[in-house]
Design a protein around this ligand. Structure first.
Ligand SMILES: Cc1cc2nc3c(=O)[nH]c(=O)nc-3n(C[C@H](O)[C@H](O)[C@H](O)COP(=O)(O)OP(=O)(O)OC[C@H]3O[C@@H](n4cnc5c(N)ncnc54)[C@H](O)[C@@H]3O)c2cc1C
Length: 356
């Protein structure tokens, strides 16, 4: 089958790769690979540290379970290395927050995870001694992790091309539809026809479909990883620190500012100030840069999945699109290949916004 995938973020790329591997002819339409949130993202796979609940938690944990295999496949197909680290320490700044973390921890341990080490007060220093002594405690979620998203997107593009995918660097301007059937996609150079279409346009989805997906600006800083920097991700309610091979990420702001791509002084000040409150030893680390990305937000913070006769729309992954990519790609594959409609298409249907 000829499949056209619109969107060159991790979600579109993961779908494209899954379909190529199943033997389909895949064309990937990407307006600008540099604008993808996927490149800027922290890359945390963190359903527990994020404090997720209900169907979003279930979806996220299921996707987390697919991550190891997904990463191995991408590395093998691309012949590229992709940095990955295991475990996230979720810290609490005060006793009240620690109580909330403990409640969530018990809930997660019942059904969703098997390892969640609790460290209260001074015990935290045993996990990583440089942390601020003012922190009340934390929970170490061993099953969570972190991936270098620049390396991941590069590897996904490489794998896509190596498997014979066709990459078109241009934008989709309009979707030509006849009811629930997509006839073609109008592009800058003409029109793209296919047997099946997958739309994974992230924060820009509304340009093509009438669904409530909007940009949520995120500024994230890059700094030098000091020799005694954190050995794993440290996640606090207002800051996270992500050690990678080449740098330390300090994340991230959450702003409703449309597609304003300017890094701001306020953003830099919030990110560095909050990071220092968790890890004071960071003061002398070299500051590299501030980056901006647009999360595909939705009114309830959950994805938007929709399908018609010959198309699927997968968007609205908001803060967890990297985590969600493998399962999203799997569901799209099952829909196209086996006509199997996952219950998540109903749970995350855009019609839920019309009911209220
Ligand atoms: C600062 C920050 C930190 C984050 N941290 C994390 C994290 O730690 N963990 C996590 O899981 N998630 C994180 N996220 C969220 C994550 O980045 C997103 O949920 C995810 O990248 C969405 O992927 P996507 O492929 O749907 O969209 P994107 O990565 O934004 O890709 C969309 C693509 O579609 C293309 N496109 C759009 N419109 C068109 C069109 N009309 N025609 C052709 N192409 C088009 C764009 O050019 C782009 O290539 C973070 C986001 C930000 C901004």
């Amino acid at each position: 089958m000829r499949v056209a995938v619109v969107g060159g973020g991790v979600v579109g790329l993961a779908c494209a790769l899954e379909l190529l591997r199943a033997g389909h002819e895949v064309t990937l339409l990407v307006r600008n690979e540099k604008e993808a949130a996927s490149r800027v993202a922290g890359g945390m796979l963190a359903p527990f540290s994020e404090g997720l609940t209900d169907e979003l938690l279930e979806f996220s944990v299921e996707s987390l379970g697919l991550w190891r295999e997904f990463l191995e496949t991408v590395k093998e197909l691309s012949n590229r290395s992709v940095f990955f680290s295991k475990g996230i320490l979720r810290v609490a700044k005060d006793e009240r927050e620690l109580d909330e973390l403990k409640k969530l921890r018990s809930y997660y341990l019942k059904r969703f995870c098997s390892s969640a080490e609790l460290a209260e007060g001074e015990e935290l220093g045993k996990l990583y001694p440089k942390l601020s002594e003012k922190l009340a405690g934390g929970v170490f979620y061993e099953e969570e992790g972190n991936v270098d998203t620049e390396e991941l997107t590069e590897a996904l593009f490489t794998a896509f091309l190596r498997l014979g995918g066709e990459l078109r660097r241009e934008g989709a301007l309009r979707v030509n539809r006849d009811g629930e059937r997509v006839l073609s996609v109008k592009t800058h150079s003409g029109k793209l026809e296919a047997d099946y279409f997958v739309f994974a346009a992230g924060a820009w989805t509304k340009e093509l479909f009438d669904v409530p997906v909007f940009p949520v600006k995120g500024q994230i800083a890059r700094a030098e990883l000091p020799p005694d920097g954190p050995p794993f991700v440290v996640y606090a309610r207002d800051a996270y620190l992500i050690p990678r091979e080449k740098d330390l990420l300090l994340g991230a702001t959450t702003e409703r500012a449309g597609f304003d791509a300017r890094p701001t002084v306020k953003g830099a000040s919030a990110l560095t100030g909050n990071a220092l409150s968790v890890l004071p030893a960071l003061e002398e680390a070299e500051f590299y840069e501030l980056r901006v990305g647009f999360r595909p937000g939705t009114p309830d913070g959950k994805p938007v999945f929709y399908f018609g006769e010959n198309f699927a729309l997968v968007s609205g992954h908001y803060r967890n699109g990297i985590l969600h990519a493998p399962l999203t790609a799997r569901l799209v594959f099952l829909l196209i290949e086996r006509r199997e409609v996952s219950p998540y298409f109903q749970k995350f249907s855009p019609y839920r916004f019309r009911r209220t």
